[in-house]
Design a protein around this ligand. Sequence first.
Ligand code: ADP
Length: 396
Amino acid sequence: MGEVNLEDVTKRYEDVTAVDNMNLEIRDSEFVCLVGPSGCGKSTTMEMIAGLTIPTEGTISIGGHEVTNLPPKDRGVAMVFQNIALFPHMDVYDNISFGLRLRKYDKEEIDRRVERASDIVQLEGMLDRMPDEMSGGQRQRVAIARAIVRNPEVFLMDEPLANLDAKLRVHMRTELQRLHKELDTTIIYVTHDQAEAMTMSDRIAVIDSGQLQQIDPPLVCYNEPSNLFVAGFIGSPAMNFVDGEVTEGGFRSEKVKVDFDPADVGATAGDDVTLGIRPEDVYTLNDAGSLANPTKEIEAITDVLEPMGDEIFVYLLLSEDATVDLDEESRGGMTDQLLMSVDPDSDISEEQDVNVVLDRTKVHLFDTETGDAISHGLAATAPTGTDSGTAAESDD
Ligand code: ADP
């Protein structure tokens, strides 16, 4: 069985702690993506699971057996890395079938597996090509096929699609999901691309500075990020953050006021908190008609617009005295900004006064100092009744 467990695993290189006390339980047949910024310890984690690196501390088991010190070949894993070397003097068929031939599989079985694997990665008709006659993307597909034919209990993939062009990468994502469904095999997949992780994973393990931040299904990471790091990393464009303070009335920053009872979210007046709101949960007053639970109005000026085709990203500068006549210097001095996503047929323009509201049920609060999440979504209505979206002037 292909469950993989890391228990208190740490890897240090002299004064660098690449992986810091990692505890990770990956279930049999799960597709788990390890995501995080460059240098956060994803590859080191993978190399320890593969057996290419031995942990400084902790234990690793695969299928219920401890493998911490076992060589790669005894772990039942197949690896696909971003830069994998093919045998240059062998054609594609021989490269893909190399491991099977070594293990003396019969010819019919080898042909069957090679055909299926090459079909999955779209290499039909190229089996007699030599590696130097292929593009980087094609060579990478050979490497994936070479892993597929081994029918391993666990696939380890480290940025395998990074060198492919954008179109093929999207196609390969779907293929890998199909492959996962067909083979019912555990796949551990490293990527720095959170969109790739969102679309393919059963669960995403978000890593920062060698430490696991959260491991949950993609939508849980998206809707209930455990801390500021996960909130900012998952989702593109990123969640907006506004630093402020909790008062008896709710959240207050210079420009943003959101009313709630602090006790309802487990906060206390005086706490430094960071409010998080995703671009799609910010609405202009015109578009807020369908919004059941808007916050107070926030006055803003539109800055830059980015039409994406299916939506427009609108950069907002926040100001209580918002006016399009502000000179450049004053604009630069505005600290609070929000990114908003609006419908592509919106008639919004640059340098326009616009009042926006937030969807109360999508407002996140984080402890500014520790970064830990305090709450996801506020009570539908504000306790005082002033937070109705029509009372911009009302104040505490
Ligand atoms: P990621 O895959 O997330 O980009 P890595 O696991 O490659 O991150 O690296 C994590 C940290 O460990 C980095 O600071 C990197 O420089 C360091 N590191 C990785 N491998 C070695 C090594 N062999 N020797 C020294 N430092 C290393």
